[in-house]
Design a protein around this ligand. Sequence first.
Ligand SMILES: Cc1cc2nc3c(=O)[nH]c(=O)nc-3n(C[C@H](O)[C@H](O)[C@H](O)COP(=O)(O)OP(=O)(O)OC[C@H]3O[C@@H](n4cnc5c(N)ncnc54)[C@H](O)[C@@H]3O)c2cc1C
Ligand SMILES: NC(=O)c1ccc[n+]([C@@H]2O[C@H](COP(=O)([O-])OP(=O)(O)OC[C@H]3O[C@@H](n4cnc5c(N)ncnc54)[C@H](OP(=O)(O)O)[C@@H]3O)[C@@H](O)[C@H]2O)c1
Ligand SMILES: *[C@@H]1O[C@H](CO)[C@@H](O)[C@H](O)[C@H]1NC(C)=O
Ligand SMILES: *[C@@H]1O[C@H](CO)[C@@H](O)[C@H](O)[C@H]1NC(C)=O
Ligand SMILES: *[C@@H]1O[C@H](CO)[C@@H](O)[C@H](O)[C@H]1NC(C)=O
Ligand SMILES: CC(=O)N[C@H]1CO[C@H](CO)[C@@H](O)[C@@H]1O
Length: 511
Amino acid sequence: MANNTWNPVLLAYQFIQLLLAKLLSPDAPPPSAKLKKRIAIIGAGLTGVSSAAHCVGHGFDVVLFEAGERSQLGGIWARVNNTSGLQIHSLMYRFFPSVQWKTGYPSREEIVDNITSVWKEYSLEEKTRFGVKVEKVCQDDEERWIVNDECKYGKFDAVVAAIGTCGDPKMPHISGQEMFQGEIYHSSELDSVEEFTKGKRVAIIGGGASAVEALEFTSAAQAGKTIVLSRSDKWIIPRNAVVDMLLAMNIFGQETLLSWIPEKLLRVLFYRDLADLAPTNKGIFTETPMVNSDVLDKIREGSASWLRGDILGFSRNGIRFNQRAQGVPPGGPGKELTVECDIVIMATGFYRPKLSFLPDDCFEEPYSPPSWYLQTFPPGYMSVCAINCTYVNAIGTVGSYHIGIYTRILLMFLVDPLTRPTQQLMHAWIDMTRFFKYRAPTPAFDFFTYSELLFWYVFCVVINPFRWKWALFVFFGLGKSLPLSFVEQEDRLREKLNREAEQVERNDKSK
Ligand SMILES: Cc1cc2nc3c(=O)[nH]c(=O)nc-3n(C[C@H](O)[C@H](O)[C@H](O)COP(=O)(O)OP(=O)(O)OC[C@H]3O[C@@H](n4cnc5c(N)ncnc54)[C@H](O)[C@@H]3O)c2cc1C
Ligand SMILES: NC(=O)c1ccc[n+]([C@@H]2O[C@H](COP(=O)([O-])OP(=O)(O)OC[C@H]3O[C@@H](n4cnc5c(N)ncnc54)[C@H](OP(=O)(O)O)[C@@H]3O)[C@@H](O)[C@H]2O)c1
Ligand SMILES: *[C@@H]1O[C@H](CO)[C@@H](O)[C@H](O)[C@H]1NC(C)=O
Ligand SMILES: *[C@@H]1O[C@H](CO)[C@@H](O)[C@H](O)[C@H]1NC(C)=O
Ligand SMILES: *[C@@H]1O[C@H](CO)[C@@H](O)[C@H](O)[C@H]1NC(C)=O
Ligand SMILES: CC(=O)N[C@H]1CO[C@H](CO)[C@@H](O)[C@@H]1O
């Protein structure tokens, strides 16, 4: 999309976003508002900030715990360099209803700024504790949560874990690394590399989204030649919002008898002469694809090449590599060669932050994450909601709307006891989803499409008649006064029944 404000598509985009913001953003409460239940939110990245804003907007108090300092507000986007940006269209990255992207592909800095602006809009500043790494959460006798065994934060009615999937950069040690005469960088720290990349030969280790990003960086920095060394094949799909949404429409969330159609179309229309790079051993609905349209062009132009194979080790002037043919698995036979280079970029990913601060029984097989209720609630704990950090692989519209939906499901459970799922029901849902996906090449929760996610939500609301009155609230954040008035009456009824029961007990005793 052009960066032109008069572009009619962009104007329409602005308008739609304005409408969404007006309709769906909960009002920030006035400073004097008394917020009732308290929720601990762990992680101040895009997910934590967005979830906190939803909570506050609906009258719940929060404390945000962030391991990093203030400069880390924004999570992973605050830690990577400028050379990282959004690959999918920002339409699918509207992490909060009031966010209004001006461009299709905002920069890293703009993403952090927009997260910060939601944080300020909902007065989360005074509710955020920076520099607090959550090591443990546990429940007291009244099932209220205590963070890090410390009472100074108070007790909480619920915990939202929003610790993300990308922690510290992963830099595997590769044999012979010390002898290499050139420079080695991680893909998240390329800002300083720009000035001396011009004309150099660059090798990129890794074949994921970061490798693609690093390749964009080296071509912008006019590297002489870039060689991507990829251990396993991943699908690449065009940077096109319509194509990506179409792919997400596979409601089954797994390979189907028809999956060969999008695969064939991608090979013929997108990969074309480079179909050799497309995976042959895994279908498109098994792993998160990379979203990019330029990589293949750069390879066609000859400024970059993409080699499949295994790293054997460093030499003085490059990397010893075992190049494999299409279809030969990692470690398999191939042709040995040395890839000469001046700079090596490790696009080898990030460590996954650990959820180990949750109680041990959240990790009991066969219900360990991601195999949780709606992938988000550990069975037995309706008051723990791990948003977007149990995620393994998925395809299509990232949606972002789902942060709001998950948060509101949690809020519904908190205020309305009749909507809460029992541990048995949570297990049953997980088993059922496993049954539906028993033919999938991946474990049931290791891959989903966003249409499948929608199916989960609808099912979650439809299965229990006590949740029906909450449907509008769960999906859009609207109309909570009606279900709330029901719950108040139910509460009164419950209290009355309790009182009567106590009365009966007392009478019995006095007899
Ligand atoms: C380079 C890069 C580019 C990406 N591009 C895209 C893209 O184009 N499209 C897309 O959809 N996704 C992309 N992603 C994925 C990205 O991770 C998500 O889109 C999203 O930003 C995740 O946000 P989050 O808030 O869930 O997690 P994070 O941003 O990772 O935030 C988690 C926060 O939790 C804190 N934390 C962790 N553990 C603890 C603890 N125990 N106690 C307290 N605090 C803790 C961390 O310090 C961190 O600040 C990209 C990722 C990377 C690395
Ligand atoms: N703009 C974007 O869309 C964007 C950009 C960057 C990151 N992200 C997201 O961030 C997450 C991380 O992405 P990522 O690309 O940084 O990491 P990644 O997906 O984990 O990919 C790491 C790559 O490095 C390879 N690798 C790891 N260790 C290796 C070793 N010792 N030797 C050789 N190869 C090795 C892996 O090979 P194997 O596959 O064989 O293990 C893989 O190809 C993903 O969720 C991704 O979607 C998104
Ligand atoms: C990163 O980009 C922003 C603008 O988007 C710029 O102000 C800043 O100087 C850049 N940082 C580096 C190190 O290039
Ligand atoms: C949000 O991102 C857009 C880019 O799409 C940027 O123009 C805008 O300034 C950002 N908003 C804030 C509040 O930082
Ligand atoms: C770039 O990354 C490096 C290493 O992580 C970090 O020290 C530096 O501050 C980052 N620069 C920016 C502009 O974020
Ligand atoms: C809405 C959102 O942030 N979704 C993210 C969940 O996590 C995955 C993996 O990090 C991202 O790709 C999504 O963007």
